[in-house]
Every structure is written in structure tokens, then in C-alpha cells.
Design a protein around this ligand. Structure first.
Ligand code: PFF
Length: 427
């Protein structure tokens, strides 16, 4: 679950959203959203997955037979396919940057590197294809255990690297403004759109509302502490995001990059930092950094594909191999259009957004909150309290004292919170 949660959302998405939404005030709202809205959804998904012992559709069907709830399961099978469509494009960018790091591209003046890459037609598509192929291969070859073991080494390494980059970034001239930007809140910069963005990012980062946590929970043993999984995932996820913020923002200010520039922020800023380092150190750090980011991205992308693979193989009797190939091809095709929307298709806008931005907003601001809302309503209002308690406390053996608070959060706080934030953003 932590492997799914920690990924490009922390390193790529969080820093640029902070930049677009005015800094520290956004960070505070984000942390609040993680605790009050995201954690209850995490528990709700875990309860449904473990109790229903199946994919999103199957688990709902089992827990509420003969009702329409199973269609919620189907909705959450569709969302990850869309999400992976553009996630894999960014995954492709990290493949490209690993390649650039290996070939010493950051040693020369790295300004304009990202803009030059992203506006091209073929290069980003080829990189996206490599990333999608890697994702499918991990599932097809059944090396999930392998990648899990690998990521147990890669994640601590990534953690150390981000801390080192953050510390180094803060020594650069003019970087103090970036630190200030992250710790000194200015709430006047926070619109209702920012609050919705913070909520969406909390769901995106913790992999919620799309059935990933539900599916993974369906594979987890009954006596595992749900509280520990939830807090463990949330804390590690949050730490990675905050550290990425501190690795990026000081350097943004030092380099004179606009904090609100959008999805390219990290890819513009990090090469600048590597370029400032001693050449051998810069080369080594950049290679290790993009390699570990790639591992983090892969452990997230396989979890996105897994939701649909579990559905097709458990409900439709399709082999896992066939399900993987079909879903990978669909997401690959979606990704191609997303990738082109930075280059040849950049002029094509739907409601003022490029195709990439449209899918990103659709997933994180609409589909994920909607999925999350339906999951908490299901657990808080449809399932019996006795069943919920039994599952959360592993049959009364664990976390019994905290159950009352968790149930209150699931039944009232999370659904009301999501609706209020959603409505405010709409208005
Ligand atoms: N949480 C992942 C990240 O932060 O990169 C992205 C993600 C994975 C979102 C799986 C949703 C999901 F189901």
C-alpha cells in the first residue's frame, strides 16, 4: 500500500500544486485533508476489500447483494485506467530523465531542457511506451514480489537522496525565499479551488477513491492492523511529499523559476540543482535519483493496473495475462493523446484545459472524491456497524478503543467534508 501511495504524486505533483496554490497555506490544508478526509477513506476501502475479499465490483456485490452498489465498483475500475493513461506519460518523463542523467545532459546548461523535450512528438511517446511496457511486464512476469523487495531498498535510498537534495538546495543563493514560501502561510492566496485541489491531491497521493487500496486490502491477512497500515501509509506518504517540497521550492526561487509554472516544475528545477553540484556528485545523484523515482512510479502504476486486472480476471474469467495486455493497451492509447497535448495538440482545449489537464482534473477533483465519498457512505451507512467493527478490529482483537473515532470520521466527517469542499469548488 505504501508502494502504491508513494510515487510521482509526491515528487512531481505535490510540489507543482504547492507552487500553483500559494505555498504554506496549501500545505496546511493538504495535511488536514490527509487526516480528516483521506484516512477515513483508506479505512473504508480496507474494510470493504477485506470483508468482501475481492475486486471492487465483486466485493460490493458480495457485501450488498442485489443492490446497485456493485456499479460503484465498476466506476472505480474505470477511474484507474484513465488515471494511468496520464500517469504513465509522466512515468515516461522520468524514464527520459534517467536517460538524460546517464548521458550527462544536466552537465551543460539544463535550462529549456524540459520545454524542448515535451514539445516534441515522438520522444515523449516512446518514453511513455517504455514506461507502460515496464508496468505491464512487472505484472505479466509476476515479478511483483521482486519489485517489492527492490523497492524496499530503493525507497530508503530515494528518501536519503531527497533529504540530501533539499539540504543542498537550501545552500544555493536566494533559496531562503523558497523555505519561507513553504512555512509562512498566506491564507489570502487560498481560493476554494485550492482547497479542492488539496483534497484531490490527498486522495491522489494516498491512492484513494479508485479501488486500489480496496483491491490490495482484499489480499491482506485478516489479523493485520488496519490502523497501522493506514497511519504507516499516510505518514510515509506525507513525509515524502513534504520533503519533495523542500527539495524543489528553495531551488525554484534560487533559479528564478516561476513556482506556478505547472506540471514541468520538478523537471525544470532538479536538473538545475544537479548542474550546480560538483560534476561527479551531480551525475551520481541524478542517476540514482531518477532510478529510484522510476521504481516509486512503477510500484504505483502496477497498483493502478491491478484494480482492472483483478476485476477482469475475477469477474469475467479472463486470464491475468490477457487482462493485463488489454488494459495496458487501452491506457497506452489514452496516454498517447495526453502526451501529444503538450506538443502538436497543445492548441486543442476542452473547457479551457489541455487533454492531459482535463483527465488530471477529472480524476483527482471529480472521480476520486466521488469514489471516496461512495466508499465512506457504503461503510458508514450501508454496512452494519457490527460488521464494520468486526473487520476494523480484526474480530475484536485489535484497535478496539479507537474504533469509535474512526467510525465517526467515516460516517459523518469524511462524507460531509467531501461534499462541502466539492460544492464550494463548484460554486
Ligand atoms: N499515489 C500514487 C502517487 O502518489 O504517485 C498515484 C496513484 C496510484 C493514484 C494508485 C491512485 C492509485 F490508485
Amino acid at each position: 500500500m505504501a508502494g502504491s501511495a508513494i510515487g510521482l504524486g509526491n515528487i512531481w505533483r505535490f510540489p507543482y500544486l504547492v507552487g500553483q496554490n500559494g505555498g504554506a497555506a496549501f500545505v496546511i490544508v493538504y495535511i488536514l485533508a490527509c487526516i480528516v478526509l483521506a484516512l477515513p477513506i483508506f479505512f473504508a476501502e480496507s474494510i470493504i476489500g477485506r470483508r468482501g475479499r475481492g475486486n471492487t465490483f465483486g466485493a460490493m456485490k458480495k457485501l450488498a447483494p442485489g443492490t446497485r452498489w456493485k456499479w460503484v465498483g465498476l466506476l472505480t475500475v474505470l477511474t484507474p485506467v484513465i488515471l494511468l493513461g496520464y500517469y504513465s506519460v509522466v512515468g515516461g518523463w522520468s524514464v527520459d530523465y534517467l536517460w538524460k542523467a546517464c548521458t550527462g545532459a544536466f552537465a551543460n546548461d539544463p535550462r529549456g531542457l524540459f520545454g524542448g523535450f515535451i514539445s516534441k512528438t515522438w520522444e515523449p511517446i516512446i518514453m511513455h511506451t517504455i514506461f507502460m511496457a515496464l508496468t505491464a511486464l512487472v505484472i505479466l512476469l509476476g515479478v511483483k514480489n521482486g519489485i517489492e523487495k527492490f523497492s524496499k531498498v530503493a525507497m530508503p535510498l530515494l528518501f536519503v537522496l531527497i533529504v540530501a537534495i533539499a539540504v543542498y538546495g537550501m545552500t544555493l543563493p536566494g533559496s531562503f525565499k523558497g523555505v519561507e514560501y513553504l512555512v509562512k502561510p498566506d491564507f489570502s492566496k487560498l481560493g476554494p479551488g485550492s482547497i479542492a485541489a488539496a483534497m484531490g491531491q490527498a486522495f491522489f497521493s494516498m491512492s484513494l477513491g479508485v479501488g486500489t487500496i480496496l483491491t490490495y486490502a482484499s489480499y491482506s491477512p485478516e489479523n493485520e492492523s488496519m490502523l497501522d497500515s493506514g497511519i504507516g501509509t499516510a505518514v510515509s506518504d506525507l513525509m515524502f511529499a513534504l520533503l519533495a517540497g523542500f527539495a524543489v521550492m528553495p531551488a525554484v526561487f534560487s533559479a528564478g523559476i516561476a513556482p506556478g509554472e505547472g506540471p514541468g516544475l520538478v523537471f525544470d528545477t532538479l536538473p538545475f540543482i544537479f548542474n550546480q553540484m560538483h560534476s561527479v556528485v551531480g551525475a551520481a545523484v541524478s542517476i540514482l535519483f531518477f532510478l529510484t523515482v522510476l521504481v516509486a512510479a512503477l510500484t504505483s502504476s502496477i497498483s493502478l493496473l491491478e484494480v482492472g486486472v483483478a476485476y477482469l480476471s475475477e469477474e469475467k474469467g479472463m486470464s491475468r495475462r490477457r487482462s493485463t495486455v488489454i488494459l495496458a493497451l487501452i491506457t497506452w492509447a489514452i496516454g498517447i493523446v495526453c502526451s501529444l497535448s503538450f506538443g502538436p495538440l497543445s492548441g486543442v482545449k476542452v473547457i479551457g484545459l489541455s487533454f492531459f489537464d482535463l483527465l488530471d482534473k477529472l480524476c483527482s477533483n471529480v472521480l476520486m472524491p466521488l469514489g471516496g465519498l461512495l466508499f465512506v457512505i457504503f461503510v458508514g451507512w450501508k454496512m452494519s456497524k457490527a460488521d464494520v467493527r468486526d473487520e476494523f478490529t480484526s474480530g475484536g482483537r485489535r484497535n478496539t478503543r479507537i474504533f469509535g473515532l474512526v467510525y465517526f470520521l467515516i460516517r459523518y466527517v469524511a462524507p460531509i467534508g467531501i461534499v462541502i469542499v466539492g460544492l464550494t469548488a463548484l460554486i
